[in-house]
Design a protein around this ligand. Structure first.
Ligand SMILES: [Ca+2]
Length: 394
């Protein structure tokens, strides 16, 4: 329908077809390297408790949602934070982070693609016993700024044999399916050998249909249909602990940031037209380096960006491809960062289609996540309680 309206407008106002095509064709390659000195970080909100996710509802409201690991979600609108939480699951969510470093808690939030009509949202967390839970929550009937926690319906659970590597990110793909990240089960060095095992959910990305079945259905074209060694939900595997993945809103391509063991952090790329089934190598490989076995597993997909544990780096936090309006010179550039060093990098494909990566800036804080708002502007989350937006340098 939008397309039809655009065509009608062009006919009415005589807008050139060439200009229209130029506007709609997303930038996927850069002829010259992006100007990475052209942005700065602007503080937009603070005072949060272990924030680790920023997202939007896609409902035209302009709201930003900030997720705290301890279980609360806050709304930021026009620079103001609501006086009470949008959602409070703190009594259901594991609280071990309050005793020190922990990878347990409220880790994911995703709004249904038709949220504006159906008010459905999805959360991912570790419960009080550490088990991973993905569930659906309905918006309150009379208040658009409250998620009704009494409506929680559990879609799936996964027992966690160790406290770490819980993945936990959830996001809807351009196909309308819900994608879920689960780590390799935890400890260190993949003791369960789950990375190379697509028959379990550990070390994998799942893909489920939340609009059919009870409580969900398996998309007919998931990889299990052609390869019975896959669990029905598994979309791709060979992953250690994907800490944030994102779909490029303009192309549908998928970027997966996989946290490494001792030496290498990596970003993987999956084209929008992929049928799934990718093996990203763990724990035979850590990024492009041999790890447990040292032989390349069949069909292994190498990362498009990777960096070492030097200069204080320890753990990748995946970001987004910039598609906003404030910094047109950065369109098509994927941003990601490191949790320990605060370093931010940019990756892009050059005019020959070859992946390039460069240091952008150091945030000066522990980067727990990147976020995207409805307009495609990007945010960087300081685990110590702050949310920054990527803005042009004046
Ligand atoms: Ca890998």
């Amino acid at each position: 329908m939008k397309r039809l309206i655009a065509v009608l407008l062009m006919a009415v106002f005589g807008i050139g077809l060439a200009a229209q095509a130029q506007e709609e064709e997303p930038i996927t390659q850069l002829i010259t390297p992006p100007d990475l000195a052209s942005f700065k970080l602007t503080l937009v909100a603070n005072g949060f408790e272990h924030p680790l996710l920023v997202t939007h509802a896609g409902d035209g409201s302009g709201r930003i949602f900030i997720v705290e690991q301890t279980g609360r979600v806050w709304v930021l609108k026009d620079g103001e934070i609501g006086g009470s939480p949008f959602l409070d699951l703190s009594d259901r969510v594991n609280q071990s982070v309050t005793q020190g470093y922990s990878e347990l808690g409220l880790l994911g939030l995703a709004f249904h693609p038709d949220f504006a009509e159906n008010g459905m949202m999805y959360v991912s967390y570790n419960d009080r016993s550490t088990t991973s839970v993905v569930s659906r929550i309905q918006l309150a009937e009379n208040n658009p700024n409250v998620g009704d926690r009494s409506t929680e319906q559990v879609l799936l659970t996964l027992r966690q044999p160790y406290d770490n590597h819980n993945g936990g990110h959830i996001a809807f793909g351009p196909d309308g399916y819900l994608y879920i990240s689960f780590g390799d089960g935890g400890a260190a060095g993949d003791p369960l050998d789950s990375g190379q095992n697509p028959s379990d959910w550990y070390g994998s990305i799942l893909r489920i249909d939340v609009d059919s079945g009870d409580p969900y259905a398996i998309p007919e074209d998931n990889p299990h249909a052609s390869n019975p060694s896959f669990a029905r939900e598994v979309w791709s595997y060979g992953l250690r602990n994907v800490w944030r993945f994102s779909f490029d809103r303009a192309t549908g391509d998928l970027y997966l940031a996989d946290v490494g063991q001792n030496e290498w952090e990596e970003v993987n790329f999956q084209s929008a037209d992929s049928p799934g089934g990718e093996n990203y190598g763990w724990s035979d490989y850590e990024a492009s380096a041999p790890y447990a076995v040292g032989t390349v597993p069949p069909g292994m997909v190498y990362p498009v960006a990777e960096y070492r544990h030097s200069a204080g780096n320890c753990s990748v936090s995946g970001g987004f491809v910039y598609r906003g309006a404030r910094l047109p010179q950065l369109k098509g550039v994927y941003f990601f960062g490191d949790f320990c060093s605060g370093q931010i990098w940019a990756s892009w494909r050059d005019s020959a289609g070859v992946w390039q990566t460069a240091e952008a800036m150091n945030a000066g804080f522990q980067i727990s996540a990147f976020g995207e708002d409805e307009a495609g502007e990007l945010y960087v989350v300081n685990y110590d309680g702050e949310v920054y937006r990527i803005d042009p340098v004046e």
